[in-house]
Design a binder for this molecule. Structure first.
Ligand code: 5GP
Length: 358
């Protein structure tokens, strides 16, 4: 984006502290900002340093690194991508005991390109409703339950999609209820034609969500609620068609989990025989305790550690797409926060990517 005399607005997708910038000739003229801040860029003539003000603060304009300068700088820093691929993010985690659903993760090169998005041009919009709600997070943090609860709470306002699968229907399974059942060749062809938002393979069968299913829900005037893979965010975010509101459902911290997990049993081989100290559980609201308890009992210690690691890694990797982070400690609280955030969209102005509007 090149500025031609006028000004533009950018959402910062990284933190910047001029006091720590060795390239900046004079620290005082730098403008500090954090990830998510909206910057009004008033001058882009210099290829290395842009002049900008922070929206919502009365401070003076200052210098910020240009996209080009920051790209060059970041090219020298070992990207986190190595780590991301080591643990196999985007749902491709495979533990020794359980093979999780394999989402198709983006290739390295695509991942790297996404990493280089440092500023995103945005525009201020009056209150409006987003078309999709993407609930993102590691597996087992309660996204599906949250999705179903939202849809059941107001079926006129929220809608879900029925995924497609190449698996044969089980007894009593009806087409269009849990899944649309199609043959593998048709599904593979649809995937080649980019008709799927995301897809994955599980036990030799394909599963996936079709873009047309989302379009159908939007056409009915509903917000389409998706508990999709984060790899889908790029597709959702990059066009005005889906205008997603993205909520990251984070796993509660290890400390909180350990607190419950470690009480009333010895950490070791007998992980399955969890017994929770009832007295300590009472210190939590009973719902919260149940959420943590069920989460903890779902996993053995290694899985638990992986879930938490995956959760924070996912959050960092997809930060640029995330509108809101909710730590799921208590299901009722999480549900309320999500509903409140969605209601706020109808009353507050929003900064959205320019390509949603123009
Ligand atoms: P089942 O065949 O037992 O109904 O489901 C098997 C697995 O397929 C589940 O673990 C579920 O997570 C996964 N699955 C269901 N729907 C989808 C989908 O739309 N996309 C992907 N990637 N996986 C799905």
């Amino acid at each position: 984006t090149q500025l031609n005399g006028s000004q533009c607005y950018m959402r910062a997708l990284f933190d910047y502290n001029p006091a720590e910038d060795s390239l900046l000739p004079c620290k005082e003229i730098g403008l500090a900002f954090n990830h998510g801040d909206i910057l009004q860029v008033v001058n882009q003539k210099d290829p290395n340093w842009w002049q900008a003000k922070k929206v919502g603060s009365n401070g003076p304009a200052g210098l910020i690194p240009s996209q080009e300068l920051e790209e060059r700088r970041k090219a020298f820093v070992k990207p986190e991508a190595d780590y991301v691929h080591k643990i196999g993010i985007c749902g491709t985690r495979i533990s020794k005991k359980k093979k999780k659903t394999m989402y198709q993760s983006k290739s390295n090169s695509e991942f790297d390109k996404a990493e280089l998005l440092l500023y995103e041009e945005v525009t201020r919009m009056p209150p409006f409703k987003r078309r999709t709600l993407a609930l993102i997070g590691s597996q087992g943090v309660g996204r599906r339950t949250l999705k179903n609860r939202l849809i059941n709470s107001d079926p006129d306002k929220f809608g879900g999609v029925v995924p497609y699968t190449s698996r044969t229907p089980r007894v009593l399974e009806e087409d269009g209820r849990g899944y649309w059942f199609i043959d593998r060749e048709t599904m593979e062809e649809d995937i080649r034609q980019h008709n799927f938002l995301e897809y994955g393979e599980h036990n030799g069968n394909l599963y996936g969500t079709k873009l047309d299913s989302i379009r159908d829900v939007i056409r009915q005037g509903k917000m389409c609620v998706l508990d999709c893979s984060p790899a889908a965010l790029k597709i959702l975010h990059n066009s005005s068609e889906f205008m997603p509101y993205v909520i990251f459902i984070a796993a509660p911290g290890m400390e909180q989990l350990k607190h419950l997990y470690g009480i009333g049993r010895s950490i070791g081989s007998s992980n399955r025989n969890l017994t929770f100290d009832r007295a300590s559980s009472i210190r939590y609201s009973s719902r919260r305790a149940r959420t943590l308890e069920s989460l903890a009992s779902l996993y053995e210690e290694e899985d638990l550690r992986q879930t938490l690691e995956e959760s924070s890694c996912l959050q960092r990797t997809y930060e640029k797409y995330i509108d809101l982070v909710v730590v799921n400690e208590d299901f009722d609280v999480t549900f309320r926060k999500v509903v409140e955030a969605l209601e706020a969209l109808s009353t507050e102005h929003q900064w959205v990517p320019v390509n949603w509007v123009y």
